[in-house]
Design a protein around this ligand. Sequence first.
Ligand code: FAD
Ligand code: NAP
Length: 548
Amino acid sequence: MGELCSQRGSAQRQGHMAKKVAVIGAGVSGLVSLKCCVDEGLEPTCFERTEDIGGLWRFKENVEDGRASIYRSVITNTSKEMSCFSDFPMPEDFPNFLHNSKLLEYFRIFAKKFDLLKYIQFQTTVLHVKRRPDFSSSGQWEVVTQSAGKEQSATFDAVMVCSGHHILPHMPLQSFPGIERFQGQYFHSRQYKRPVGFEGKRILVIGIGNSASDIAVELSKEAAQVFISTRKGSWVLSRISEDGYPWDSVFHTRFSSMLRNVLPRAIVKWMLEQQMNRWFNHENYGLQPENKYLLKEPILNDDLPSRILYGAVKVKPRVTGLTETAAIFEDETVEEDIDVIVFATGYTFAFPFLEESLVKVEDSRVSLYKHMFPPQLEKATLACMGLIQPLGSIFPTVELQARWATRVFKGLCSLPTEKAMMEDIVTRNERRIDLFGTSQSQLLQTNYVDYLDELASEIGAKPDLVSLFFRDPKLALKLYFGPCNSYQYRLTGPGQWEGARRAILTQKQRILKPLKTRSLKASPPLPASLLLTVMGLLAILAALFFHI
Ligand code: FAD
Ligand code: NAP
């Protein structure tokens, strides 16, 4: 597909009327889409239903309909160097994993730096996005919005849907017979804010995603007992990896991605199990995944194993029934006096403002080409952004999606035929199920480096390692064996950034900077006499060994 893209920049279009793009939502997907529109010389207008930017990452004490809701303590599970936008590294002194308020601060600095706020209409909800009658020739959309009770309609040449997919709770009450009798309190994880009011309670958390484990750990510090119920178990990783580096800067390298792709599946699976069990044996902790060979998204939690070790959290199997006060589990054990049940059972998604046929979920697959484009449209003028769950950070992923989408809208890149796109959707989905399984929580899952490279190839921004090796071997080796960060996609092609090389070579510095808060005196050198004695002893040992 990369060859279908022209390398001509925005200057080439000077003299043409800039295309108007509607961006729906001012979360991270909306912000980076805005920036990419501006970079490509498009004319964006962003509609945001709330009064501010940040989407999911803007914590609020109350839960609002139609908006993602997080708990006070959420900390990113992808590190700053792997999560920043490709031409805008996070400030050096930012911690490696960020509290939600700190990440929001980064988005605010980003929006200010690229002057994005002026494109956003706050407190404006998109009600409908409809194809105009002449769509097959114009590709245009009618966007109907509501603000202060007033409806307005405007025509756009393209639409970027950035409305998020962690808004609608998946609440599978039908799988919990007896829930109607249960006399305690129960709610979805999106309602949870902080551990106040749970002191001394016996709490059951359902699910073993990142929400379930974060909430179980936090509540276990206040509650009398926390149980976490899982149907299939999960690998648990620490944010801290080899030598104390962030897990994703070690896990997501081109080299390890290549190994995972070329080695026989059985070996990859074996290696994965070794890697996952290095910290603690998941079988002993009752966490081992039912199908331990799936690459299903692991949980990132530094405290869960220790809370289990202290007995503050107990791992239980699937719930088969509930009574007024008790939970019954698959292994026929019963836990009495349950006060609270937290359903950390994930999310579903919907786009109520779009025609129903545009984004369908059928046979457990989302009908979007490369997770973005509805294949059946005569004109590729609508893209869904961030409707994906990569094994790595979503932020650089959405950025590349936006760089590609804006070039498609401009006509600098084209999509294949509807038939070819449909075939790709089916094959991609089969691959997804094979790698990650059929669980609802894995519906949007995708590999990380492979997907980034695929998007970058579409716009001609994928680095060519072979030629780079001859021009700049130091950089090429960093690209291959070092963390696959977003800066790599600014070395070449449209949107090249002159700071990219330096950002790649100085990444370690930015990782270590926030850790070096206590200056250490350099250790004094060994006295010369001690060095001479050690060298003498080594010489004698060598002489004895080699019978000199
Ligand atoms: P959102 O942040 O949900 O923003 C959508 C915006 O659209 C909102 O501002 C909303 O008000 C607006 N909107 C919606 N509908 C309309 C409408 N009709 N009209 C106008 N505006 C509308 N990913 C990572 O990579 N790293 C992490 O560490 C990480 N941690 C996470 C932690 C939690 C608790 C959760 C739930 C997810 C996490 N994710 C993480 C994934 C997450 O999806 C992304 O981080 C990201 O926030 C998604 O951004 P978004 O802009 O697509 O959606
Ligand atoms: P999730 O990852 O979708 O996990 C949902 C969990 O609920 C899974 O364990 C699933 O089990 C279980 N479940 C679903 N239906 C069930 C049923 N009928 N009965 C029993 N169990 C059921 O949801 P999430 O944890 O809310 O996470 C959503 C996204 O936000 C993820 O991408 C996650 O990484 C992210 N997140 C990040 C952080 C962080 O950065 N700190 C914190 C929270 C969330 P099965 O697997 O068996 O289906």
